[in-house]
Unconditional design. Structure first.
Length: 399
């Protein structure tokens, strides 16, 4: 079937408001940042719309298009290089596969969802790791939820941050025949420590013990008091700097939420040295590399304070992720929550693999570091661990 004919079949299916259920484009061939796009009918203020949701590795972006503008939006979507297109209606399914040469292989099939009416609600029910629709003693103890079970308006952003973090934690929870050990570095008021303890032990039924580490003695005292009130015996709090703390048991997961500047490097370095299988770090302010930036070709960028600051932020987290990759972690930097809830919304998530010392990763890191004339703290903190793989030969020092 020609491109014109298969697109006509898609337009015809989508335009039938009584039978159209969903259009899905998947398996991108390159040339697009999206890994999947889903289109479905919705009704907003009694007016028909198409909802287009674009999925990337970092986030999902939804857009509701009035039906009068839907054809133009759909045309744009169908120009993207996806290899698989699936249209579901209550009467039939359409399967289209686009070959590497651009040929469309088209097939009609029996409906996978027969006799189903289009679901026109544009707001999907959100399933949070920690639900917000019933009273929870833990959330009430932290002051996030009131006595009726409602999340307080002033704590809504904190509640969303916690849930977003737990959602990113869930896929990397390691399997173990013993209780897991988790350490929260720079735990502060320990919202995340308590939330993760509650989520694993009480909601997922995964036995886990926790240690919160922070140098503030008054906060640690308050956290111990709350743990005692809740009757949670598998959680402890230690007054210490991150660099000076040594656990008695190797942690399975080390996490850190918004540790300032190089405290994030301390948390990542200690996690590597403790041989933690999983590391999750959401950095806060990142000032260390800003005064070091010295790539002359970027002088027009670095002349503006806000651009220089953002460039330093990007390079800081890029170096962290690359050093973790060199040391055998599968590391990714992602947006863990929308910036409207917190501007500090990046997450470094790393999981240990068996491979260490990838020379491509080493070369990429050294090239990046030397081009920008950087001396990242994390490289210094992990000098012993990096020595066998990155310092086999003396590296040219940044000028």
């Amino acid at each position: 079937m020609s491109n014109t004919n298969y697109k006509t079949a898609i337009f015809n299916a989508v335009s039938n408001a009584k039978t159209f259920l969903k259009l899905t484009l998947s398996h991108p061939r390159g040339g697009t940042a999206w890994r999947k796009i889903a289109v479905r009918p919705v009704e907003i203020k009694n007016a028909p719309h198409l909802q287009i949701v674009r999925f990337s590795q970092a986030q999902d972006i939804a857009e509701n298009i009035p039906i009068a503008e839907a054809n133009a939006a759909l045309t744009d979507v169908l120009t993207l290089p996806f290899a698989q297109i699936h249209v579901q209606t209550s009467r039939e399914d359409l399967h289209i596969r686009i070959t590497k040469k651009g040929r469309a292989l088209f097939k009609r099939a029996k409906p996978s969802r027969p006799n189903v009416q289009p679901a026109l609600s544009h707001n999907r029910v959100k399933h949070h790791p920690l639900p917000d629709n019933r009273p929870d003693a833990f959330l009430q103890g932290l002051g996030i939820m009131d006595h009726t079970g409602r999340v307080r308006a002033s704590m809504r952003d904190k509640f969303k941050q916690i849930n977003a973090f737990l959602a990113h934690l869930h896929p990397v929870i390691p399997k173990s025949n013993r209780p897991l050990m988790l350490i929260d570095c720079g735990c502060g008021s320990a919202y995340l420590t308590f939330a993760a303890y509650h989520y694993l032990n009480d909601i997922q039924n995964i036995p886990a013990r926790f240690i919160g580490v922070d140098r503030n003695p008054s906060l640690m005292a308050k956290c111990r008091a709350l743990a005692h009130t809740l009757g949670w015996t598998g959680i402890a709090f230690c007054e210490s700097s991150i660099a000076d703390f040594t656990p008695q048991t190797r942690p399975d997961i080390v996490f850190s939420l918004h540790a300032c500047d190089t405290a994030t490097d301390d948390a990542i370095a200690r996690a590597v040295q403790w041989k933690s299988a999983v590391i999750l770090a959401a950095p806060c302010c990142q000032r260390e590399l800003r005064p070091q930036l010295g790539a002359s070709v970027f002088a027009p960028v670095l002349a503006h304070g806000i651009l220089k600051g953002r460039t330093a932020d990007i390079l800081t987290d890029a170096c962290r992720a690359q050093l973790l990759r060199i040391l055998g972690y599968r590391a990714e930097v992602m947006e863990f929550i929308d910036s409207k809830h917190t501007p500090k919304n990046l997450l470094i998530r790393a999981k240990k693999t068996s491979r260490t010392g990838d020379q491509t990763a080493v070369q990429e890191y050294c090239t990046l570091r030397d081009f920008w004339h950087l001396k990242p703290s994390l490289e210094r903190l992990l000098a012993r661990e990096l020595a066998p793989v990155i310092f086999k030969k003396p590296l040219k020092k940044p000028h």
